[in-house]
Design a protein around this ligand. Structure first.
Ligand code: EPZ
Length: 431
């Protein structure tokens, strides 16, 4: 199994280009289920999760062709059996979102429940509530969700998609994809507003769907007879962009992130500004500005509290990176995780590097220290793992991060990109 080995202490300098967004591309690939015609998705990142999703579409009967340069062609001409089994779904929760499109296309579907995850239960009750509201009969058996559309097909409805944590990105996508060919009008209330939702809606509109209001809490969908093929390019990955800005901020270097959408990162940029990290901004780039060196160390960031919220609030997918930054800040910071209250697998590992952390339920209290000391660490989930890499960049000595496959799920060639910025990082394999 691969291990990332980081020698801390380099000040990062240089430019990285943001890849296509993991959390947008997966549902764009899924949308191909809604038509027999060819869908070409461009700017597709080279990630393990993308390969998993393409595997699921092939299992469903799809013809998948990689056209090179991040372009993938999918044609779901026929779907003999609308079944997504546990072996596929357990690898990646997002695959549960084939349920809505399969139901819309085939009138029935059988999809494995996604099961648990390191940051807690993560139910799909709102997905099922939405599909039921469109007239589907939903039963569960042997770990599977069995969905059946009424004889005349799904029927539009007004649906409230709120969860105890606010809106749901996955439920909004699943129900939106089911509703585009339903009879009549569907109104989604308290819909998620993430840029990934807007990207999916734009692709569906190119396929002939009638969707209004994506990006706002109220989405109105006029059902149409059928959808056709299209070509769509994935938006840049705002979480990847934020992660590389955090790498610039933590090392105090000048890191330019190109091909990104600064307007998708407002809350994160606001927090960086408050913490004393200056960031220059262009239409499609962002650049952290170098910080002064004082005495033995770098001018430290200022302690800054954040609370994770649905978009446009502070993203939960940048919480772990923020915790690492604040573990070295001047003063005490409070981080409140409102989306996944147990999303704190990185705390114990950061403590191994010397971080001073206390946790009370969904709140982490960080007393900033001067410097981490390198150690061997265990990755647990995608964002927690990359936060450990950030820590390794500034730790004294060597940091080893084991179970790197978590990072490969969401970051394209992370060590190559960080090396191009001057980091001393390499991938080796552990016995
Ligand atoms: C998406 O997950 C992202 N994944 C997650 O990114 C991201 O953290 C999350 O949205 C929130 O922004 C993808 O896009 C593939 P939700 P999703 O439904 O859709 C609760 C990463 O690191 N909920 O918006 O699964 C749920 O438990 C990943 O890239 C219900 O209670 O998230 C959570 O607490 C991790 N019932 C909250 O809502 C439901 O039916 C938000 O979940 C659905 C969700």
């Amino acid at each position: 199994m691969d291990v990332l080995v980081v020698e801390g202490g380099e000040v990062l300098e240089g430019t990285v280009r943001t890849a296509g967004a993991k959390n947008a591309v997966l549902s764009l690939l899924t949308a191909a289920i809604l038509t027999e015609e060819e869908v070409v998705v461009e700017n597709v990142p080279a990630l393990a999760d993308v390969r998993t999703m393409l595997g699921i579409l092939k299992e469903l009967g799809g013809e998948v062709r990689e056209l090179g340069e991040g372009r993938v062609s999918i044609r779901m001409a026929e779907i003999p059996e609308p079944v997504a089994d546990w072996n596929l779904v357990r690898k990646m929760r997002a695959s549960f979102e084939v349920l809505g499109p399969l139901l819309a296309r085939c009138g029935r579907a059988q999809v494995s429940y996604p099961g648990g995850c390191v940051f807690g239960l993560r139910p799909v009750d709102i997905h099922l509530k939405g599909l039921r509201a469109l007239g589907a009969t939903i039963t569960t058996d042997a770990g599977y969700v069995l969905a059946e559309a009424p004889p005349g097909g799904l029927v539009g409805a007004e649906i409230y998609l709120g969860t105890p944590f606010g809106s749901s990105v996955g439920a909004t996508r699943n129900v939106m994809m089911a509703a585009v060919c339903a009879k009549g009008t569907t109104v989604l209330q308290n819909a998620a507003c993430e840029p990934e939702i807007v990207d999916l809606a734009q692709c569906l509109i190119k396929m002939g769907a009638r969707v209004l209001g994506a990006g706002s809490p109220t989405i109105v969908i006029e059902g149409v007879e059928r959808l056709h093929g299209t070509t769509h390019s994935v938006i840049p990955d705002r979480i990847e962009a934020g992660t590389y800005l955090a790498a610039g901020a933590i090392t105090g270097g000048r890191v330019r992130v190109e091909n990104c959408r600064p307007d998708h990162l407002t809350s994160f940029l606001d927090a960086l500004h408050h913490a004393g990290c200056a960031v220059e901004r262009g239409t499609d780039w962002l650049e952290t500005q170098p910080r002064e060196a004082f005495g033995s160390g770098l001018e430290r960031l200022r302690a800054t509290d954040v609370t994770t919220q649905p978009y446009p609030g502070f993203p939960t997918d940048l919480q772990a990176q923020w915790v690492t930054l604040m573990s070295l800040a001047e003063g005490i910071s409070v981080v409140t995780e409102r989306i996944y209250t147990d999303r704190y697998m990185h705390l114990a590992e950061l403590t191994r590097l010397g971080a001073r952390v206390r946790r009370q339920g969904s709140i982490a209290i960080l007393e900033g220290i001067e410097r981490f000391s390198g150690a061997s660490l265990m990755a647990s989930d995608l964002r927690a793992s990359v936060s450990l890499v950030l820590a390794g960049l500034v730790a004294r000595g060597t940091t080893e991060i084991h179970r790197v496959y978590h990072i490969d799920r969401g970051y394209e060639r992370v060590e190559a990109r960080l090396s191009s910025l001057g980091a001393n990082i390499r991938r080796t394999s552990a016995e």
